[in-house]
Design a protein around this ligand. Sequence first.
Ligand code: NAP
Length: 330
Amino acid sequence: MSTTTAAHKLVIIGSGPAGWTAAIYAARAQLEPVVYVGVPKQDPGPVLPGGQLMLTTEVENYPGFPDGITGHEMMAHFQKQAERFGTRAVGADIVRCEFSRTPGRPHALITSDDETVLAHAVILATGAVANWIGLPNEMRLARSGGGVSACAVCDGALPAFRNQPLAVVGGGDTAMEEASYLTKFASTVYVIHRRDSLRASRIMQERFLSRPNAKVLWNKVVHDVLGERYLEGVLLEDTVTRERTRLDVKGLFIAIGHTPATKFLIGSGVELDVAGYVALRGRNSQTNLPGVFAAGDVADSQYRQAVTAAGMGCVAALDAERWLAANQVH
Ligand code: NAP
């Protein structure tokens, strides 16, 4: 049976860097934010409380941690800091939203426990999930930090990958960007692409192909990922001849696109762009609906960094605070 509680000033949906940063700012502004942190699930890739950082091992590019920090630890710190100022974390998903268009009437959010939660302002911070090929050994080594990753900028500079052969799967701009970045550290960077021409823009292709240690393996898909604790190689299958060959690599970077976590917003009236990301109005965090804000990767297909998501979370909390004050919610 569904239950309803009194209206919160602010509910934040999502518990990555954007959600927790929004919570820290909102809690210090005495908005008593409630964060719906989510529950682990596998569809379409691993969606995790704590966001995509839970899938990286060492985070080396977040300012303030000169010795690096693990993704888990970093998200635990974010949560602790938000809770210190009065944030309440709830371990459930929001599965549906009924946003209000009437001033003064709160938004209704339906949880995975079939509870209806009311909130005057809402910050959407559910992130985007990297697409994976879907092979069991790929996911096993991605979760254990064994050399499979969906972010070369996050993980590529780790010592384990220095002067080693590495591979990137995909033929779009992200694959070219990640592969070009890896050429700085790797002995050879193989781009594994399922067709005989790249989808990436000419300039991005040329940037990669001009590097002396760049190689493209055309018409190939990854059939299996090899290695027990650490990646040792991949088994490739030729899409034309079906021939299988082994390629020895120490790192495998999957760059086959991202899917924003916005399924729960379909039918809610929040405007999404053609790729399914939340569409923002201009430079702030306001969506097309009053009192509904968005922050982090769910509204950013371009930068997708922990530090940019955190910055957007701060912006969303400040926008929500101003909106609540202007609408006399105290
Ligand atoms: P994308 O353009 O959708 O490219 C995805 C690539 O992955 C395609 O080459 C696709 O192959 C391949 N792919 C998809 N599913 C696959 C699978 N299951 N197995 C093997 N390969 C698979 O995605 P993106 O590269 O992430 O780019 C997304 C958007 O961001 C684009 O608009 C892009 O221009 C933009 N972007 C811009 C920059 C920049 O300008 N600096 C950098 C990054 C991204 P097919 O080609 O055969 O479909």
